[in-house]
Design a protein around this ligand. Structure first.
Ligand code: ZN
Length: 268
């Protein structure tokens, strides 16, 4: 069957060529078909002025990072986009200065997170008190209710609590830019699912000029091990993105939340 044999070899050749073409096509595609992931940032304009300023700066900061179409960054003040249909398009949801107030939006966000969604929350986005009435979110954040704050916004010495991808490369302690620092009770550190990554150094106490944090345990950056999330207490005013060390921390957190996506690490 020489003819069959030749055809077989010919077919093998064609298949090899096709495989090579597809193979190289895929390799090219890895470079060409960016963006690699999509981010939706939610913010409110009807909140304290310094929190709106932070949201504007954060949007500018992250938008600038999309240079070269590395990723999509959408920002909106429309919290009704917290619905299943919209959320399925995003790998990471940011809450820059607010949280959903409406039951449907809250439920959609819970489903998104329970199914492996990613979240980064800043500053007042985690604020809660007896009026918040969202037990799921309180547990998600580690059970800490807002207790007290420093005022006005001032720099503070932060200490890195543990080795983690979010704190990788950071100094053991550094001075963070002006922020309104929050303390929570009970401390999220006491929650078994919470891993505290960065805290206020005891060297700061009493911290504040008008409103004072007198002492105690004040986690600043943490993750809940049950979710793909990081909370950062930074988020007040116009100096939050002027410090390279803090930017490095924010970027580490951003990359880490995306990198542990069960759909795969977009940076590999
Ligand atoms: Zn604030």
């Amino acid at each position: 069957m020489p003819c069959y044999g030749r055809r077989s070899n010919f077919m093998k050749h064609i298949i090899l060529l096709v495989l090579l073409a597809f193979g190289s096509g895929n390799m090219t595609a890895q470079y060409a078909t960016a963006p690699r992931f999509s981010v939706l940032a939610l913010y409110s304009t009807r909140v304290e002025g310094a929190h709106v300023q932070f949201a504007e700066d954060a949007i500018n900061y992250f938008k600038a990072l999309t240079v070269g179409d590395g990723f999509y960054f959408d920002a909106t003040d429309d919290f009704s986009l917290l619905n299943d249909e919209t959320l399925k398009n995003y790998d990471l949801i940011m809450m820059l200065n607010d949280q959903p107030r409406n039951e449907q939006q809250r439920a959609a966000f819970e489903r998104y997170m329970e199914n492996g969604g990613g979240w980064m929350g800043f500053h007042v986005a985690a604020y809660n008190d007896r009026h918040t009435n969202w037990p799921w979110f309180l547990a998600f954040l580690g059970g800490g209710v807002f207790y007290c704050n420093s005022w006005p916004a001032i720099p503070a010495k932060l200490t890195v609590d543990k080795a983690h991808p979010v704190t990788k490369g950071l100094p053991a302690s550094f001075i963070a830019p002006e922020n309104e620092w929050y303390q929570w009770q009970p401390s999220p550190r006491e929650h078994r699912d919470i891993e505290v990554l960065v805290s206020l150094s005891a060297d700061n106490y009493p911290l504040g000029l008008k409103d004072i944090i007198p002492g105690g345990d004040t986690p600043v950056v943490w993750t809940n091990k049950k979710y793909r999330m990081v909370y950062l207490n930074m988020g007040h005013g116009q100096r939050e993105f002027l410090d390279a060390t803090q930017n490095y921390l924010v970027l580490n957190a951003f990359r880490w939340v995306l990198s542990i996506d069960k759909k795969g690490d977009p940076f590999r």
